[in-house]
Ligand binder design. Structure first.
Ligand SMILES: [Zn+2]
Length: 246
């Protein structure tokens, strides 16, 4: 392939811009915020599930408490009713009186037992509510950290995109100055090797850093200026400049 030396030199500008584009893409992919967001998202999902579980437990205990309280209320009502009957003097038979008194005693004992149950449920409910509060606090903290990391990511993405757009614009300009066949070869090599063109600098390929043999240097010296050369080592387009050591 033939191409004017000036066009070949423009490939080096293109390669420089492409390496900036690659660095920006790499920065975008490896932004530390991405790992933070991933980790915080997972933790947030776990905590959200735990909050629901704790809230369910607390709700169950609230219902259990209402049920136990209404049991206490029913026993108390019955004991009160018995007490009123006893106080009214309507019951006169000693056997009925004894039976009524014994029922009142047993209802009071039953009420005491049920009140113990209520207290025990209240303690469990209090613990469950504390757990809900703690988990909600933790979940909200993680949510805030996640949002902050997302904001930092978006800001970094914004900067990267702005810089990328600027570099892409310059790249389009440089690419427009390179003949189509040379550009096509460059793009193909860039796809294959990551970098499509390298400078021959002081007898060394700047792409693979390998020093060219004397025979190879002689071959290049003898080659016409518009000949498009390739590095024998890395296959990239080898561009000659004043610093090539020829
Ligand atoms: Zn090379």
């Amino acid at each position: 392939m033939k191409a004017a030396p000036e066009a070949q030199k423009r490939l080096l500008d293109l390669a420089e811009l492409d390496s900036v584009i690659d660095r920006l893409a790499h920065r975008r992919r490896t932004l530390p915020e991405l790992a933070v967001i991933d980790e915080r998202s997972k933790l947030h999902a776990r905590l959200a599930t735990q909050v629901i579980e704790a809230e369910t437990e607390s709700g169950d205990l609230a219902r259990e408490q209402s049920k136990a309280e209404s049991d206490v209320e029913a026993v108390r009502t019955r004991a009160d009713r018995d007490q009123k009957r006893l106080d009214s003097g309507a019951v006169t038979s000693p056997r009925d009186l004894a039976s009524l008194q014994s029922e009142i005693v047993s209802l009071h004992k039953r009420q005491g037992d049920l009140e113990e149950v209520v207290l025990e449920i209240m303690e469990r409910r209090e613990a469950a509510d504390t757990k809900v509060t703690d988990l909600v606090t933790k979940r909200d903290e993680v949510r805030a950290e996640l949002s902050a990391a997302e904001d930092r990511r978006d800001a970094a993405f914004g900067e990267i995109e702005k810089e990328s757009a600027e570099v892409q614009g310059r790249r389009t300009g440089v690419a427009g100055e390179i003949p189509a066949d040379l550009l096509k070869l460059y793009e193909k090599l860039r796809e294959q090797y990551g970098v499509g063109a390298a400078m021959l600098h002081g007898g060394r390929c700047q792409g693979c850093k390998v020093a060219l043999s004397i025979a190879e240097m002689n071959r290049i010296k003898a080659a016409p200026h518009d000949e498009v050369l390739r590095c024998e080592e890395c296959r990239r387009i080898l561009v000659r400049t004043a610093e090539s050591g020829l």
